[in-house]
Each structure stands twice: as structure tokens, then as C-alpha cells.
Design a binder for this molecule. Sequence first.
Ligand SMILES: Cc1ncc(COP(=O)(O)O)c(C=O)c1O
Length: 401
Amino acid sequence: MIDIEKARLDTPGSGARVHLNSAGASLPPTPVLDAVVSFLRGEALDGPTEAQVGADELLDNARSMLGQLSNCETDRVAFCTSASSGWTDALWGLRQSGWFSPGDYVLVDRSIYVTHFLALLQLKAVSEIRIVVVGDSTEGSVSMKQVADRLDERVRLVAVTHAPAHRGIVNPVEEIGELLDGRERCAYFVDAAQSIGQLSVDVERIYCDVLVGSGRKFLRAPRGSAVAVVSPRISDVLDPPGIDALSATWVSESAYSLHSGAKRLERYEGFIAGRVGLGKAAEYALAVGIVNISKRIELLAERLRSGLAAREHVVLLDGERARSGIVVFRIRGATAKAVQGMLSRMGYSVGLVKPWIALLDESAWSDGPCLRASLHYYNLEEDVVSFLDAVDTCRPVSRSS
Ligand SMILES: Cc1ncc(COP(=O)(O)O)c(C=O)c1O
């Protein structure tokens, strides 16, 4: 059980407004804020290069916390600036290693996030790969049958979104990992940008080659921090773009050697305070307990969904079996942007889902942008009730604003 009172005391942003936008970026807890500020202060007082000396221990600890959170050895953990950068560097690292040949297939789910699909389109332009979009089951998540039916020797990559940005469904990433087990020619990428910090992301169970997670979303870490977890078999294959002195050793005028492990995906220069904060956020999430977190988020999201579903002026747009903390809906006769503004003036922060976030899945946005309320464990049951009251006051009839 989570001590909600303590969690809120630890969350400076939890008092002023009702923050229902963790899928955009969540409120950091005080220990994360303190770790970042204290590191920045050290840089300001001692000099950033000098502060780096003390950083190594903090960064080792951060790597160890992120390893615990995703259930893997620390040498599988790489710091990135965003989930997109980790995912894209891993993709191009595969390409550079000769992984793809013309005519090879990449299977993706319909919820694939914009940046990942853009990277695949760029890859397609130079590699003649074919991208196959796997359809959904009746419940709205990836159809296991369709994945199984499409698998053959030409499939070189399967990329799946664990918790999509634009609907509350959760994809069966562990079952897909099981299906792919033993397929040495096929890499498996999992996008955990929205799931890390809210759901279990156990790479031993997901059995993926690359898993990326954003810091700023449900993990409650600073912006500009993210993690990539890479399997040993793939990290030693990757030849990532833009290597530097952290990812490789400059051996001679004509040679370099890539470092082993996930570190070859890292860049030397970066937001070190953010990496320290990312580790603190992982430590904090582990202390609260990921099972506790996901249960509480599910409870709050279910309350919100059932409240919204009972309202005639609301259309709920999540999948049949929505399970994540992301609740997507629209108000009949009103534009999402106008409602977002009204809610904001009443003290509620919610996000918008725009079509370009997940262009392949129009089930959420076919009538234009919609609203996204994303709950975290520090939100209160009372917040859900008062938010529903606020939604009741948003019944404009004009669609022109
Ligand atoms: C499902 C999903 N995947 C990937 C990303 C990209 O994450 P980042 O902004 O850290 O690159 C996002 C960002 O919103 C997302 O929602």
C-alpha cells in the first residue's frame, strides 16, 4: 500500500493544481528535485568538469537503480536524452551493422509513436525494408494472432509500444517476447516511454533486445533524461551513429573499437544532473513499489473511465480493455483545445492527443484531437470526483473555437 499522504508531501506540485498529465510529464518528488539541484549547485560552485569527479558514484548508483527497475545487469543500461533518441540510435546502429537487407520486414503495432515511425520511414528510404502494421485484437491491443501469422525469416525487427500515448490500452509485450524467443534473426524493440514508472518493465520477462523509457513521464525524472536497456546479443552487434569517446576507443588513424555493452549507445556530453535525477527517480519508484504504483494508477484510471462513460456528453476513446493510467475522451460538440483551456482555468491540467502522435490508429482521433487525462499514484480519489464535476461544466455546443 502506498502512503498517499507522504507521497503528496514529497511532491511539491501536488498542492496547487490537479495534475492529470503524467503522460506528458509528471510531477517530480522532492528527492529527485533535490538530487538535481544539489548536483547543479556542485557544478556551479566547483566547476562542471570538477563536479564530474563526484558524479561517477552517483551515475553508477543511477545505472544500478535503473537495472533493478528493469531487472537487468547494469551493463545493459544506457543513459539517453529521450526515448526517441535511444530507439532511433539503436535502429540505425542495427542498420549500420548490416542487419537489414532489401526486402526485409519490420513489424510494428498500430499505436507506434510518431518519432519511431519517422525513423522507420527514413530507414525505408535507404534500406528498402518493408514496414508491416499489425492490426489490433477486438480488445484494442496488438493481435497476437496477426503477429504470429506474419512471422517468418524475412522479419528482422518487431517493434511494439507497451503503453501507447493516445489510448489506455497495454500491449502484451511479454507474450510477444515469448513468441519471438529463439528467432535469432529477429530483433525485438519495446517502447516503454509511457510504461516505465507505472507498469512492470521486466526485461527478463519481456525478453526484448532494446527497451526505451522516458524519464519525465511516469518515472517522475527530469526532462531530457531517458534510458535504453539493451540485450547483450544486440549491444555487441550495434554500430550506432555519432559515436564518441564514451561509446568507442580511438585506436589509430584508421581504426576504432566500440565499447561492449549498452554504453556504446551513450554520448559523453549530456545533462549529467538529469541522469543523477533519473537514477533517484528509479530509486524512488522502487521504494514505493512498482506493483503498488500500477495498482493505484489502475484504480484511479478505472474510476475516471467509469465516471466518464456514465456521462452522455462524453465519448470515451480508450480500448475495450484499457489498463494504463491514460484516459482518452472527448466532449460532444466541443473542441478538445477549448475544453482543455476550460479545465485549466478550473485548476486541472490535462493533455491533448493530436492525430500525428499515432497516425496509424485513428480510433482515438478520427473526430480530431481529443483530451487525455493521465493519472499518477499521487492523485487523489477526490481529484477524480471533482474532475468529473469539472467535466460536467464543459458542455459548449460550438465546434468553431
Ligand atoms: C508512447 C511513446 N513513445 C515514445 C515517446 C517518445 O518519448 P521521448 O519524448 O522521450 O522521446 C513518447 C512521448 O510522448 C510516447 O508517448
